[in-house]
Design a protein around this ligand. Sequence first.
Ligand code: SAH
Ligand code: SF4
Ligand code: F3S
Length: 479
Amino acid sequence: MAKDYSQHFKKPSIKKARKRVKDNTKTIDFSTCANIEGFGDGKTYKIQTYGCQGNEADGEKIKGILESLKFTEADTLEDADLILLNTCAIRENAENRVFGELGRLKQYKRNNPELILGVCGCMAQEENVVERILNKFQYVDLVFGTHNIYKLPQYLENVLFQKERVIEVFSEEGAIVENIPKLRDNAKKAWVNIMYGCDEFCTYCIVPYTRGKERSREPKHIISEIKDLIKEGYQEVTLLGQNVNSYGRDFTDKTYRFAQLLSDLNKLDIPRIRFTTSHPKDFDSETIDVLARGGNLMPYIHLPVQSGSTEVLKRMNRKYTRESYIALVDEIKEKIPSVSLTTDIIVGFPGETEAQFQETLSLVETCQFEGAFTFVFSKRSGTPAANYEDKTPLKEKKDRLHRLNNIINDGYLRGTKRFEGKTVKVLVDGHSKNDKNILAGYTEHNKLVNFKGDSSQIGEIVNVKITEAKTWFMLGEQQ
Ligand code: SAH
Ligand code: SF4
Ligand code: F3S
């Protein structure tokens, strides 16, 4: 395919991405700005999504746009006329996987020169990644970022008909784009963005640069999306934001915040509302009080702590202390006694001493988490921590991770054991791969349960008595 750089060539800039302009966020209506024509008719696509739920939600939007252009999903990568890698930049190994996959896809391109290969998502927002793609992966036809998904129809038109290579990434603050069509992956559980971007700038994290400034969706748009989901028979909604507790911080009306949103959603006729991710520094008592009402607000909170050392938290720019985190957990447990708490922890942050790591272990014991995602610090180019002095050998960091995981695993088991003999509500996800009579689903506290049942119950909420607790799941009998 002839490469033409004349149009649509805009590379990302970390410098620009660092800036935050606090003016009013622009809202774009996809239905009025996109010229949707069925030029994908007869063509197939495949999209591979990496990373967090926010990226999965973006993947559903990309699929929705492609389907409205009349593309259809291919069964395998080999069959696809268009392959998109929707990437994640959070850690180095996430990026390496994508570069590995790009290398592998080169042969597909050789076999089928008409194949269109695209890269989008968080990696596309990184200057060094786009440079590497331009230099080493010249067979990539299309690169677009997290702020301009809504322009995909135009980019595809340029790639398909003008035979252009399109590289267009915006590093300025993104707008909010409403009414992008979605092809959701699940018929009963849905992601709903309540906000985009992140303004926290934790010193290790790339997300504020790849996702732009924090901007909240208007409550009326969120509520109307959930009302539509209810009509379609959805049972569960997960509200998405990098720091859901700061929802509404960018509104002129400062009285409507996350607690008020939850309070409004609590009145809707959907069985389950979840949310992720919470930031300890913005988790207020009002929110805890609303959650304590229960109903459709699930008794499960993912509350990333990152470290148990106030000194390390300070260098991470997390803006809370070990003590204030523990006080928050105490308040949550006091007001929502059955709550299940999970967390994220980074070990081996630059300069973390063994004593500071021990503080993380002791915080884990104090807070009695029932699960955690644990990571070794990964250097992200362009972030402040990438320049911090880091003398701890990787071997030592991996040893810390191993010691931490042992304690975390005890927490998983404690978290399932407490339900033995109890009857819990399970939203049935599907059946076991090996046995159609074994169903699997999640409890209100977000625990996986396997039990005997009929496939016709998939998508329903059923009562299950827990007979045996394992570390990663529970066994039960339907009541
Ligand atoms: N917004 C969420 C989480 C976003 S990223 C929050 O603030 O909690 C998910 C997790 O990845 C983070 O909680 C953190 O534990 C981890 N993470 C982020 N950047 C990382 C890095 N550079 N190295 C290792 N882990 C990282
Ligand atoms: Fe990253 Fe911190 Fe924002 Fe979470 S809150 S996305 S860890 S900068
Ligand atoms: Fe990864 Fe971007 Fe999510 S870096 S974790 S896909 S916000």
